[in-house]
Design a protein around this ligand. Structure first.
Ligand code: ITT
Length: 194
């Protein structure tokens, strides 16, 4: 089965295509000729996930899925949350991390979680789109300083609960065994394989 992954994030694409293996034929936005910036204006992670997938279904009419994800930090009232990609006002990961660390200065509660919501859109037998959502939640702690160079986004400051290394100190295979995105993806694959 062919599925388009509605993302412009190369790191997400790498993670998901590696985790999917040969189970499905993955089509990228480039493959389908989509060069648009996908809309993300609903104000929630689940809403933005649905909005991105719907955009592809409405404009290209092909089975597709999208991921919207973010980092929720307890002591910051769940910020950066839906604004994770541009928390500092830019998409610069270093600046976003710096803003998180500055806002947490002197804060002993470092609890946080990554959240990922996948939205899958497939046609029913009459061709009408049917939507399904799958969520992954990944608890951890925010470190006092960045550690590691792998991964992307907030990986250098995210220490998964029960692990001695940040996500940026892990290989993609290690991250893919435990991450929020991997959990949501597994639920979607189980659904598609049932
Ligand atoms: P698409 O919308 O094109 O998929 P994006 O990067 O804009 O790509 P999101 O809107 O879902 O993706 O924003 C997610 C942001 O949350 C991402 O840019 C990172 O800052 C952060 N994030 C999500 N998953 C992460 C992970 O596994 N590791 C580190 N940071 C992550």
């Amino acid at each position: 089965m062919e599925l388009c992954f509605a993302t412009n994030n190369e790191h997400k694409l790498d993670e998901v295509s590696t985790a999917l293996g040969n189970a499905f034929i993955l089509r990228t936005l480039h493959d389908i000729g989509c060069t648009d910036e996908l809309p993300e204006t609903t104000g929630t992670i689940a809403g933005n996930s649905r909005q991105k997938a719907r955009y592809i279904w409405q404009h290209f009419g092909i089975p597709c899925f999208a991921d919207d994800s973010g980092l929720e930090i307890d002591a910051l009232n769940n910020e950066p949350g839906v604004d994770s990609a541009h928390y500092s006002g830019t998409r610069d990961h270093g600046k976003n991390i710096q803003k998180v660390l500055t806002n947490l200065l002197g804060q002993s509660n470092r609890n946080a979680q990554f959240v990922s919501v996948f939205t899958l859109i497939m046609p029913d037998p009459s061709g009408e789109p049917v939507e399904h959502q799958f969520t992954g939640i990944f608890p951890g702690q925010i470190t006092n300083a960045p550690r590691g160079t792998d991964g992307f986004g907030y990986d250098p400051v995210f220490l998964p609960n029960g692990y001695p290394r940040t996500l940026a100190e892990m290989s993609m295979a290690e991250k893919n065994a435990i991450s929020h995105r991997a959990q949501a993806l597994k639920k979607m694959v189980d659904f598609l394989s049932a």
